[in-house]
Structure formats: structure tokens, C-alpha cells
Design a protein around this ligand. Structure first.
Ligand code: DX5
Length: 226
């Protein structure tokens, strides 16, 4: 599928990933235009009000976000039954789909995502140990370590997740494969550097980016430091 081809592989350059959840929905294009040349892809936080205590977007928003940003779309499925939505998000144009290890049928979802020719990600909630990643290291393109309890933007970064990022980095290095190590939740200019120091190379940024005076300057400065 064309979309997955747009997804960069990890090559030592940090990936900056705006989280659309914090964008201005009265003017999505205006909100995303300043970052389209500075970001690597955009993340769509999909919530079902069951797996997490919040409801957000469906597949229908993917084409609008892709058009408004001109960037590949990463669908982060915070839903209890992701298997029912892999094909709808694939058809909608997502290039990477991340499911949670705690959700029903995560292994089958990863197989399905790869069979559709897309990039596959696996996310861990703060309480879930990195050992849950081991069976999937041979097929994942991205590992997402949540640095907040999933469900809402604007929460404080959990520094206790840095040790977990380090363990995930060790697993990826031992696998010898090019797998992105993404952090998400409370990421700003300070916490991004902490997470990078622990081994992360993909940074989802919501409120810190879209509440910055200049989102473009924010990304430019951050990229210089990473
Ligand atoms: C939370 C989402 C995050 C969130 C990030 O469950 O997965 O992507 O939108 O927002 P900030 O950067 O504001 O924590």
C-alpha cells in the first residue's frame, strides 16, 4: 500500500511526530501547515471510551489529516478490539497502525497490519512490562512506550518510564532490526531530551507543540538538540 512507503525507517535521525489530538480543529490545515516541513509524520489518537476513558476519532479523519499535513499518518489505536478497525484505517490511508499489547488479539492485529503491507507498532501502557514485546521483535516497525496513562493530552510526563525506555532500547539493539522507539505523553523540549538519553528516537508531541508561540520554532529548536 502506498502509504506505508512514505514511512521513514529509523536511521539515527529523530522522528518528530505531532499528536493531532492537541491541534486546532476549527482550522486543522492552519494548525498543521507550520509543522509539515519540520515533522516526520503525524499521529492520530484513536480512543473508544472503553480501553481508555475518552472518545476521539474514527478512520474518517485520516484523509483530512493526511491532506492538511501532507505527512504520513500513524494511527495509535487505544481501543479494546483493534482487530475490527485495522482494515478501515488501512483503507482510510494510515501508513502505520499501532495497537496496544493489552488490547484483545494484539498478535493477530500485527499479522494483519503487516499482511496489508503497512508498518506495525505495539504500544505498552505504563504498568505493562517490556517483556510483552519479546514475541513481536521479529515483526514490529515501532515500539511505543506510553509516558502517561493513555486517554488525555496535557498530562505530566512519568520519569519512572525512562528505565523502561532503556530496557526497550536494549531489546531493539539485541534484535538487530530497525525498530522505532517512540515515547508519547508529556513530551516537551526537556522531557524529549531525557527520553532520547534513555534511547527513544520517535517523539509524539501534543500540547507542548500546539500551545507553543511558534510550533515551527519549537520543532526547529528541538531537532537541533536531538
Ligand atoms: C494520550 C495520547 C497522546 C497525547 C499527547 O493518550 O496518546 O498522544 O495526545 O499529548 P501531550 O503531548 O499533550 O501529552
Amino acid at each position: 500500500m502506498k502509504n506505508a512507503l512514505n514511512f521513514p525507517a529509523p536511521r539515527g535521525r529523530a522522528a518528530l511526530v505531532p499528536s493531532v489530538l492537541a491541534a486546532d480543529f476549527t482550522c486543522l490545515k492552519g494548525s498543521l501547515a507550520p509543522v509539515k516541513k519540520l515533522a516526520d509524520w503525524v499521529q492520530l489518537d484513536v480512543m473508544d471510551g472503553f480501553f481508555v476513558p475518552n472518545i476521539s476519532f474514527g478512520p474518517g479523519l485520516v484523509p483530512a489529516v493526511a491532506a492538511a499535513s501532507g505527512l504520513p499518518v500513524d494511527a495509535h489505536l487505544m481501543i479494546a478490539e483493534p482487530g475490527r478497525f485495522i482494515e478501515p484505517f488501512a483503507k482510510a490511508g494510515a501508513g502505520l497502525i499501532t495497537v496496544h499489547a493489552e488490547a484483545r488479539g494484539a498478535a493477530a492485529c500485527i499479522k494483519k497490519i503487516k499482511a496489508l503491507g503497512l508498518k506495525a507498532g505495539l504500544a505498552l501502557r505504563p504498568r505493562t512490562p517490556v517483556s510483552r514485546l519479546v514475541p513481536f521483535l521479529g515483526s514490529l516497525d515501532l515500539i511505543l512506550i506510553m509516558t502517561v496513562e493513555p486517554g488525555f493530552g496535557g498530562q505530566a510526563f512519568m520519569p519512572e518510564m525512562l528505565a523502561k525506555v532503556g530496557k526497550a532500547r536494549a531489546l531493539i539493539n539485541a534484535s538487530g532490526r530497525g525498530i522505532w522507539l517512540q515515547v508519547d505523553g508529556g513530551i516537551n523540549a526537556r522531557t524529549a531530551l531525557l527520553a532520547a538519553g534513555a534511547g527513544a528516537d520517535s517523539f509524539v508531541i501534543g500540547s507542548a507543540l500546539f500551545s507553543a508561540g511558534s510550533p515551527a520554532a519549537f520543532l526547529r529548536e528541538l531537532r537541533k538538540k536531538l
